[in-house]
Design a protein around this ligand. Structure first.
Ligand code: SAM
Length: 384
């Protein structure tokens, strides 16, 4: 196992996310197997664990996710900045701006102290106006990570009233929960929370080129490398669990901060289909075919497949059938243990508990077939 020092791993934890895999998974693969100059791709990058691992070993990477929140978190892990620059931007926004749009419904009154909400709205509007520098991208990631979480007994670390860290509760439920327990939102020193987090995450710097893109990986152009002549050597990824449809609505509060609506957004249109195992498999196959098109001849793709038990479907069978006719050939399948992180996240806020299923790592090698054809021009937008 690769030993990480605490500073190196810290930035990976800037913001929690569902069904993230541990940093050691992509890091061990890349440290042991990748060659200098290899290019890394994750078509379901989530909170950017693979991209961060690539950065730690000095490799360039592309991360793609159809969730704007996932892309914003990933981008913050690829930012090269300093604590001073982050604090300068924060102070500038907080002192120079006034908030124009402050959500006023009952949920918001219970979720945040009015002064905290005012500061959050100023930061939100300031970053929506300009998020082009690395210090602003880093600040956005810090606020996303601190937006909601448990109330601390000592120094506050989150801006919200009592909340789960990983997902945002639905407004009616959360408001009842706070009212019944008489949990009123406390004043939090927003700048102090940001400063503590900036020192934790951005004390170390690892400059390396990486790109994050908000796009649907079922579309071939979504995975085109920045430089069109480049081919990827490694794909390390984990697709959504079959039956897990809530990546977008569960992140609705973070989605608000990056420009989304003040209410829960139930639209999951750019997500892999969960309507039936067949639709799910067919969507995954499209993504594997797209990765094959942008990969080198001897490229490897390692996929961590998980599942949740409330759907009686074997994730390994789904994995294997999604790889048929995909341009990839299975070489090894290994058990990866169970999704401990997934279970811990699901337990956090009185949620129905789902036991995690065993996860599998499926190693594949690119087949040498006509899938190497490159596609047309990229029409996707790249995030900083
Ligand atoms: C299991 S999570 C990835 C977690 C990631 N390995 C990590 O460590 O954070 C799956 C991700 O796939 C994304 N996703 C689902 N459908 C997608 C699609 N069609 N295109 C791109 N991303 C998609 C979801 O938004 C989610 O972030």
């Amino acid at each position: 196992m690769i030993e990480l020092n605490a500073n190196q791993a810290a930035l990976n934890a800037i913001c929690p996310y569902f069904t993230m895999f541990p940093l050691e998974f992509p890091l061990n693969i890349l440290k042991r197997r990748a060659r200098e100059g290899d290019m890394v791709l994750d078509p379901f990058c989530g909170r950017g664990t693979t991209n961060f691992a690539a950065r730690l070993v000095g490799l360039s990477s592309l991360g793609v996710d159809s969730s704007p929140v996932a892309a914003a978190i990933t981008a913050s892990k690829l930012a090269t900045t300093t604590v001073d620059d982050i604090l300068d931007v924060t102070q500038h926004i907080l002192t120079e701006r006034e908030a124009h749009r402050i959500p006023a419904s009952e949920f918001w009154q219970w979720a945040f102290h009015p002064d905290v909400l005012d500061s959050l709205c100023r930061l939100r509007e300031g970053l929506l106006e300009d998020c082009t520098t690395d210090s602003r991208v880093a600040l956005r990631g810090i606020v996303l990570g601190a937006l909601h979480g448990p109330r601390q007994k000592t120094f506050p670390s989150y801006f919200s009233n009592q909340c789960p860290r990983t997902y945002a509760p639905k407004p009616a439920y959360a408001t009842r929960y706070w009212q019944n327990r008489r949990f009123t939102p406390e004043p939090v020193d927003v700048l102090a929370v940001i400063e503590r987090r900036a020192r934790r995450y951005y004390g170390d710097s690892h400059p390396i080129s990486a790109t994050v893109r908000v796009a649907d990986s079922r579309a071939a152009e979504a995975l085109q490398p920045q430089l069109r002549e480049t081919l990827f050597d490694w794909v390390i990824t984990s697709p959504p669990y079959y039956g897990m449809r809530t990546y977008i609505p569960d992140q609705w509060l973070r989605n608000w901060f990056i420009g989304g609506p003040e209410t829960v957004d139930y639209c999951s249109s750019n997500q892999i289909a969960h309507s039936s195992p067949q639709d799910f498999v067919s969507d995954l196959r499209k993504v594997w075919q797209n990765t094959a098109r942008v990969c080198a001849k001897d490229a490897r793709m390692v996929i961590r497949f998980g599942g949740i038990t409330n759907r009686r479907v074997n994730p390994l069978e789904l994995a294997k059938s999604s790889l048929n006719d995909s341009g990839w050939c299975i070489t090894t399948i290994r058990k990866a243990g169970s999704a401990v992180e997934g279970r811990r996240q699901a337990d956090a806020f009185l949620r129905a508990k789902t036991e995690p299923m065993t996860e599998y790592d499926v190693w594949t090698v690119r087949r040498n077939t006509s899938h190497s054809a490159r596609n047309g021009h990229s029409k996707t937008t790249d995030n900083q």
